[in-house]
Ligand binder design. Structure first.
Ligand code: SAM
Length: 252
């Protein structure tokens, strides 16, 4: 049985390899989890699947683990991105953590007319995402990119990816519900969910977005949700109704 103590590492993984565990991960294994030589952990790097590894040497300054065998083959998450306007620190950390648990492949931030937070600490969001990926048994960590303005994002958009704009005004204006988005050919869609800031999208932004061929405006119902609630609700609905990633696939 693979260890429940999972660490994300950057190194390539193959049986028999010795890897040095350093800094924060060394402290976590040695001082928090109080592991000593002979104990096993699970390692993943987002490319080679998950490997079990045995601690073979441990000191205050370093720890060496030997890779044993691959427990799980590499499996990527469905191709869904979450693009959101930065919000207050604690809540943006929560989005990074929960969106990772909900299987997002990429997290991107966008500056819109009503966005009132411009600085985004990418390293901090990545640390939250790594911890969430370790905890929820994902085999990947979402890519995290820094803020673009909405025009910059749209100017460089790959039109083969649907942009699902979460629009609280779309209910009365022809917006669709998430369930209407399931692809009929059964293929794995590649989508992006766009969430506005606390002040919502400006009317000119909604007009601009509404005229783009790759945009679909989506309603999440009649209530006005907070940005982080809308982000997580949209992701959960997408995974269940559109992403077609079944529980069976996830547990292989
Ligand atoms: N403009 C809203 C107002 O007047 O109170 C506030 C925007 S809401 C706090 C932040 C974002 O969450 C919106 O821009 C939208 O992307 C999303 N959102 C909130 N409720 C939604 C709903 N019912 N349907 C779709 N998206 C929603």
């Amino acid at each position: 049985m693979a260890s429940n103590i999972r660490l994300f590492v950057e190194a390539d993984l193959q049986p028999g390899l010795d890897l040095e565990i350093k800094a924060g991960q060394l402290h976590y294994l040695r001082n928090v989890m109080r592991l000593s030589p002979g104990a096993q952990v699970a390692l993943f790097n987002g490319r080679d699947g998950e490997f079990s590894a045995e601690i073979v040497d441990s000191s205050k300054r370093s720890m060496t683990v030997k890779l044993l065998e691959q427990n799980r083959p590499q499996m990527d998450e469905p191709d869904i991105w979450l693009i959101f306007a930065p919000i207050k620190k604690s809540r943006i950390d929560m989005i990074a953590e929960k969106a990772t648990e909900l299987g997002v492949a990429k997290l991107a931030t966008v500056i819109t007319d009503h966005t009132n937070i411009e600085r985004v600490k990418i390293d901090r969001l990545r640390a939250n995402a790594i911890e969430a990926a370790e905890q929820c048994h994902r085999l990947t960590v979402p890519e995290i990119t820094g803020p673009l303005t909405l025009p910059e994002l749209l100017d460089n958009w790959d039109a083969s990816r649907r942009l699902l704009v979460m629009d609280e005004t779309a209910g009365e204006k022809g917006g669709v519900s998430m369930s209407a988005l399931r692809t009929s050919d059964g293929g794995q869609p590649c989508d992006a969910i766009l969430i506005g800031p606390e002040g919502g999208f400006s009317p000119s932004e909604l007009d601009l977005l509404g005229n783009l061929p790759f945009v679909t405006k989506v309603t999440l119902g009649g209530r006005i949700l907070r940005a982080e609630t809308a982000a997580l609700a949209a992701l959960a609905l997408w995974q269940e109704l559109v992403g077609q990633s079944t529980i069976a696939e996830i547990n292989t």
